[in-house]
Each structure stands twice: as structure tokens, then as C-alpha cells.
Design a protein around this ligand. Sequence first.
Ligand SMILES: NC(=O)c1ccc[n+]([C@@H]2O[C@H](COP(=O)([O-])OP(=O)(O)OC[C@H]3O[C@@H](n4cnc5c(N)ncnc54)[C@H](O)[C@@H]3O)[C@@H](O)[C@H]2O)c1
Length: 476
Amino acid sequence: MTILPTSARDIRSSVSRSPPLSVSASPSTTFHSLRSGSGSPLAVRNSYFPQQSISEKQLKPFATEDIKILLLENINESARVILENQGYQVEFHRSALPEEELIEKIKGVHVIGIRSKTKLTANVLKHAKNLIAVGCFCIGTSQVDLPYAASVGATVFNSPFSNSRSVAELVIAEIILLARQLTDRSAEMHAGTWNKVSSRCWEVRGKTLGIIGYGHIGAQLSVLAEALGMDVLYYDLVPIMALGKAKQVPSLDALLVKADFLTLHVPELPETTNLIGAKQLALMKSGSYLINASRGSVVDCQALVAAMRSGHIAGAALDVFPFEPAANGATFNATLSPLIEDLKTLKNLILTPHIGGSTEEAQKAIGEEVAESLVRFINAGSTVGAVNMPEVALRGLRVEEEGIIRVIFVHRNRPGVLRQVNEILADHNVDKQMSDSRGEVAYLMADISNVKEAEIKSLYESLEMLSSKIMTRILY
Ligand SMILES: NC(=O)c1ccc[n+]([C@@H]2O[C@H](COP(=O)([O-])OP(=O)(O)OC[C@H]3O[C@@H](n4cnc5c(N)ncnc54)[C@H](O)[C@@H]3O)[C@@H](O)[C@H]2O)c1
């Protein structure tokens, strides 16, 4: 059971329950877990923490003022609810901010939540003196300068898999739409033409679905397709346990020659660029269909146009493109790429604007996943799910464990740092410690016991003096 505070008084009374050090006992306002704080007394308390059981002690940043969170780009309400229930101060904006305003706002916040439009460049991030985390409430993180963020100790989270089901459902819909030429019939009707045909229109039952990439989306799709009576084959780089009666095939070519419907669910990588080109299309069955809702670079669109013009490929659905407009509007035309006009001339070709994961459910799930990652990070230091920091987590502390503090030390990955840190911690009992590095940045987390209140400040200051330091946080 979790206790949801309804007022500042509830929050404060729960604060005084378990931690050995109360907010008012903080040595000073400059001694805190964030890089540089700005003021008001702490009123933050964990109240919603799904991963923790009630008998676990809830950690919080030591002597920090309120955690200030800036949410931009109309992030789903599910995130706001989780963050506000923690007692954090949440400022919410429906749109992205112009860079100048963003720089002003980011100066005072500890956490910023964005979607794809806000560009967190080094130029913006260098003004963010208090920032400890960035929540990308979306899949991609290319809008953030990840190495720079890591170099100033800002941990970045995203939500790569919350929309898997939405993509899988879109693909199921497209399989049937293509098999029945439904988008063509609908367009004809809109233009006033009654065209009742059954030639080359099929049921999907008994047909073979070939899935390239049997990850989160591919596996969901496999289950849904079998429920429609389809046979499922899949190809993946790694051996993956099949769901239902699906079967893994040993090579891409083995899949190409057997699939009636071929669908791609691989990441965008140098090795997946033009994974399906003229050669692969030629290997596909005559009259088969291609679906791409992964990334635009994975299919050679020029080759697809040729294969569809010749009739070898009977239909295709493209949700992603090598050329995608930055904003909604009448922009999907030759100015973006001359190939677009070729695509528009093809029959039984479904074109959608990268909406595979765009559902209300997915937005809600993304809001919850990223907000929960942020709460775990702010309150307990866990970087699980981070995209620019090593993933480090320690098991929770039990309520009865007193006099234990959690030290988090983000530092430059240099020889000798761990020895220096351990010299500082040496007078205490290090109950558990974990450290990992990612490129030039390393993240150390240690739970140390028998720490007296008066000693915390000197521990903190000793760590802050190390030349390798990026950020020190102390939670208790
Ligand atoms: N259209 C959309 O709106 C939308 C939404 C979400 C995800 N996506 C895209 O869908 C794709 C798949 O997402 P996911 O969540 O299932 O990813 P995932 O990481 O769970 O699965 C990807 C799978 O592809 C396999 N793989 C990688 N390279 C391969 C190769 N060369 N050949 C065969 N298999 C290979 C991996 O082993 C893995 O099993 C990604 O490109 C993602 O960006 C699109």
C-alpha cells in the first residue's frame, strides 16, 4: 500500500517518520545533493513508488529544496500526476519554448521533460546549472546532446517500448487493408466510383507473415497474426524463443521466399540500411506485400517503386520514410524528395505519417514509464533505463535500517578515482557499492552505514573536492 500525500502537512509528517535526518537538520543550504541549489526548504517525499514495497525505506535527496520539474510539449497527464504526487513542483507547458525562453527556464530546474521538438543542445544545457535529469517522453533521444548531458551529470531517460502494441495493431490492420485493396476502394468511392471487384483480393487466414526483427513489436505482432489464422515465420539476428506456433528461420533469404506478407521491425543501424533493396524484393514471392513501420532507411524506396510498378509486389504500407517533414502540414511532396511523387502514383500503397505508435494508450504508457524512471532516479539514484549513463541500481534499504546514507558520485572515468572515493568512505561500513562507466562518464552508488549526522557534510565536501567530480548526491 502506498500513501498519497494530499497536503504539505501530510508530506512533512511522513518525512519525519523514518529517515534519521529531518529536513531541518540539514547542515546548510549549500550542502545538498544537487550541483547548485536555489533555495526553498524540502517538501519532497516519496509517496508513489511502484517498485518499492512498503517495508522498504524511501530515500530522498538530502537537504535539497523542492525538486523543480519543467514539462514541455503537452506531456501526457499520467506523467504529471506521478510527479506531482511526489510533491515535486511541476511547471507544465503545452508547447515547446523558443530557445531564449528555454534557456531562461532551464536555469532553475532539476528535471526537464520534453518530446521531440525541444532541442537540448550543449548551448542550452550549459545554462542548466541545477539539472540532474532529462525525461524524453518519446522513443527517440536525438534531440538531446547525450554526451554533453552526461558530461554535466544530467541523466537522460526515454520510453523505447511503451508503444509496441500500438505499432503491432497498425500492422495487423494494414495486412487486411492490403489483402483487400481497401484504401484504393475507399479512395475510389470518395471520388464517386463504384468498383466491386474480388480479383486479387484475399483472406489473410492461412497466409504466411514474415517478420524481420522479433523484438518487442515483432513478438506482439506474431501473437496477433496467429489469432487471425496466419502462419508466422520470423528472422532475427539472435535466436529468440518463438511465441505460439511461430518459427524462426535461419536467414533473411529463407524468410523472403516464403512470406506472403513481409513486415520490418528492426532498429535503424548501419547494418539495416536498405535491408530490403532490389535484390531482396526480387526474392520475395510474386504478388506478396511489404510493410515498413520501423525506420525509413531500412527499405530502398526507389527499388520498392520499381517492384510495385512491375506488379511483382502487390501492395505496400509505409509508415516511415527516409525523408520525413519536421512538422504537420502540406509538406509531403517533391520538395522533400522527388520519390514522394512516384510513391503517390502507386496503387495499393498505404502511406501514413509515422503514426505507428501514436495512440492515446501509448502516450499514457510513455508518460508513466518516463515519470517512474525519473522518480526512481531522483529519490533513489537508480539509472536503470538511462540512455547516456551506465545503468546502476542498488537494492532498497529496509525501514529499520538507520544511519545509512546513499552516496551517488558521477565522475569522469579516470584511473584511480575509485581508490580516492573509497578512501573517503573508508571510515564507514560500505554495505553495498556499484559502479559502472559509459564512455567518459562513470556512476558510482554506495550505501554506507554508521554515518553520524555531523559526518555527512564532510563526506559530501570531500567528494566534491575530487577533480574527477561531475556531481555528488547524497540520499538517506
Ligand atoms: N512506426 C512507429 O511509430 C514506431 C514506433 C515504435 C518503434 N518503431 C520502430 O520499430 C523498430 C522495432 O522496434 P522494437 O521496439 O520492436 O525494437 P526491439 O529492439 O525490441 O527489436 C528489434 C529486433 O530486431 C532485431 N534485429 C536487429 N538488427 C537486425 C537485423 N539486421 N536483422 C534481423 N533482426 C535484427 C533485434 O535482435 C531485435 O530482436 C525500431 O526501428 C523502432 O524505431 C516505430
